[in-house]
Design a protein around this ligand. Structure first.
Ligand code: MN
Ligand code: MN
Ligand code: MN
Length: 295
């Protein structure tokens, strides 16, 4: 007698393609996810929706579910915070416009850094930095590399000390919209707002609770309880926070490029007991968990 094998679910709700700072095209990313057994994938590129259409057709081809995603940068007090949006309507006009503005915002900052460093007379500095950022919006580390390559400075340290560090000409602050604003964008597009990798901000437990409180008041519904490279202590802390605040739990690898075994598509431990998975609240709820069902 053969026993029918139930299909296992493997859910990865955070990863990046070349549409932002990932190494793979959306097609390559989806193929890799599928090979690694992922059944439900959200592509969450930084501040852009550009990779979603390609990822969607690749997912149809591969027979896996693609969930609309994005990772939005925002400001909370003096901190840059990342909010993942999931399962929104990617064609909602207000959302599309807000994201386009956000993308433009990132490029404006890069252009301003290049402009401030014009007197160094490095030809095509912005293009060079962009190439070093693999086509994504370059940040100060990419400008540092470009300055080293052009022979203006000998190392990153010197680049920051002279030109890019605090108070230097290339020290252009990123101005992101407020936490409340980006959460509202996601909600207005019918999506779920997830506070991404909450332990990555290096906040004290008290500050993190304050952040979570403000996030919830803004309408945020979910915490990313599982992310790569996190200790079991962090996982326990976040699971507890999630339970106590009645937040839904999300999980994702935050995969950017192959070759980092600690951060791989679909490599996700089981969600701790007693948590409400965010995917139960998707417009098309995903049934089951990453567990084998045998009868
Ligand atoms: Mn990234
Ligand atoms: Mn992030
Ligand atoms: Mn990310």
């Amino acid at each position: 007698m053969t026993i029918p094998q139930a299909r296992l679910t493997c859910i990865d709700l955070h990863c990046h393609s070349r549409a932002s700072d990932g190494a793979l095209t959306p097609t390559e990313l989806v193929a890799r996810a599928s090979e690694r057994g992922v059944t439900h994938l959200a592509l969450t590129d930084h501040d852009t929706l550009d990779g979603l259409a390609e990822a969607r057709s690749a997912a149809e081809e591969a027979g896996i579910e693609l969930i609309n995603g994005i990772e939005l940068s925002c400001q909370w007090k003096s901190q840059t915070i990342h909010v993942v949006g999931l399962d929104f309507d990617a064609r909602a006009p207000g959302f599309v416009a807000a994201v386009a503005e956000q993308t433009a915002n990132r490029w404006r900052r890069a252009a301003m850094i290049a402009e401030r460093l014009e007197r160094l007379k490095v030809p095509d500095l912005l293009d060079r930095a962009r190439a070093l950022a693999d086509g994504d919006v370059p940040g100060r580390p990419h400008f540092a590399k470009a300055l080293i390559e052009a022979g203006v400075v000998k190392d990153t340290n010197q680049a920051f000390k002279r030109y890019l560090g605090t108070g230097k000409p290339g020290d252009v602050k990123a101005y992101w919209p407020a936490l409340e604003t980006v959460v509202q964008w996601i909600l207005d597009a019918g999506g779920v707002a997830v506070l991404a990798h909450p332990r990555k901000y290096k906040l004290t437990a008290t500050k993190l609770r304050a952040l979570v409180g403000d996030f919830q008041r803004a309408g945020g519904q979910s915490l990313e309880v599982i992310t790569s490279g996190q200790s079991s202590g962090d996982l326990g802390f976040l699971a507890e926070l999630c339970r106590r605040e009645g937040l839904w739990a999300s999980q994702g690898s935050d995969f950017h490029f192959p070759g980092a075994p600690w951060c791989e598509l679909g490599r996700i431990p089981a969600l701790p007991e007693g948590l409400v998975p965010v995917w139960q609240h998707f417009r098309q709820p995903v049934a089951g968990q990453s567990a084998a069902i045998s009868r």
